[in-house]
Design a binder for this molecule. Structure first.
Ligand code: PGA
Length: 249
């Protein structure tokens, strides 16, 4: 049985006051929610406040990105060990906005995944097709390339510590959610890649999240698909009541 994960990606939203106010409201709403892992990924400057606000709760904090070197002359970058030291347990890797606006490649993703694992963080590796790729029926091909590019040369043990998020780019922030069947098809295809690259056991253990316009009113339908192990939630994770109702689907 794969334990569900509900993760909130706050992107470049909320200052420190807003971060603290969110947790004040959110904590009591999920105080008894033990059925899943709950993760919030705030901006770097709010990580410490978020970690402090969630001490003695089951809410975990994650980064939205990391650089693959541990330290060095890399102005503006943050490393895995730094995220770990501040209290993060998770980190997003290669979110489609990182790919789209900052040119991140599958090889960058691979290096970031290894760096995250070396630092003791759980990477959530994001993959997903663009609208034109889906329309050209290239979804499987894109997923295959991104999956294998990002996970190449990982050992079985390393792979067992990562989580995959399937996020079709056309569904992110658009209000156009993939149907549960569409998402499940993509998840099945990704799981098949895990089986090919790693093993049948790795494939059945691997947690695959769906992301893209997840809302309180569509989470149940998505989670009803046995292939879908949770959600990576952008917009709807910014509001404590809305994200709590997603967590408590
Ligand atoms: P959205 O974003 O829920 O606002 O569509 C999802 C994501 O980018 O992870």
């Amino acid at each position: 049985m794969r334990r569900p994960i509900l993760a909130g990606n706050w992107k470049m939203y909320k200052n420190i006051t807003e971060t603290c106010a969110f947790f004040e409201k959110f904590k009591p709403l999920v105080a008894t929610s033990t059925h899943c892992d709950i993760v919030i990924c705030p901006t770097f400057v709010n990580l410490q406040a978020a970690v402090e606000a969630t001490r003695d709760t089951t809410i975990d904090i994650g980064g939205q990105n990391l650089f693959w070197e541990k330290e060095g002359a890399y102005t503006g970058e943050i490393s895995g060990p730094m995220l770990k030291a501040v209290g993060c347990k998770w980190v997003l890797v290669a979110h489609s906005e990182r790919r789209q606006y900052f040119g991140e490649t599958n090889e960058d993703a691979r290096k970031k995944i290894v760096a995250a694992l070396d630092a003791g963080l759980t990477p959530i590796y994001c993959i997903g097709e663009k609208l034109d790729e889906r329309q050209a029926e290239r979804t499987h091909e894109v997923l295959e390339t991104q999956f294998h590019g990002g996970t190449a040369r990982l050992t079985m043990e390393q792979f067992s510590r990562i989580v995959i998020a399937y996020e079709p780019c056309w569904a992110i922030g658009t209000g156009k959610v993939a149907t549960p069947e569409m998402a499940a098809d993509a998840h099945r295809y990704i799981r098949e890649q895990v089986r090919k690259s790693f093993s049948p056991e790795a494939a059945s253990a691997c947690r695959i999240l769906y992301g893209g316009s997840v809302k309180p009113d569509n989470i149940r339908g998505l989670m009803a698909q046995p292939e879908i192990d949770g959600g990576l939630v952008g917009g709807a994770s910014l509001d404590p009541v809305s994200f709590a109702s997603i967590v408590n689907f």
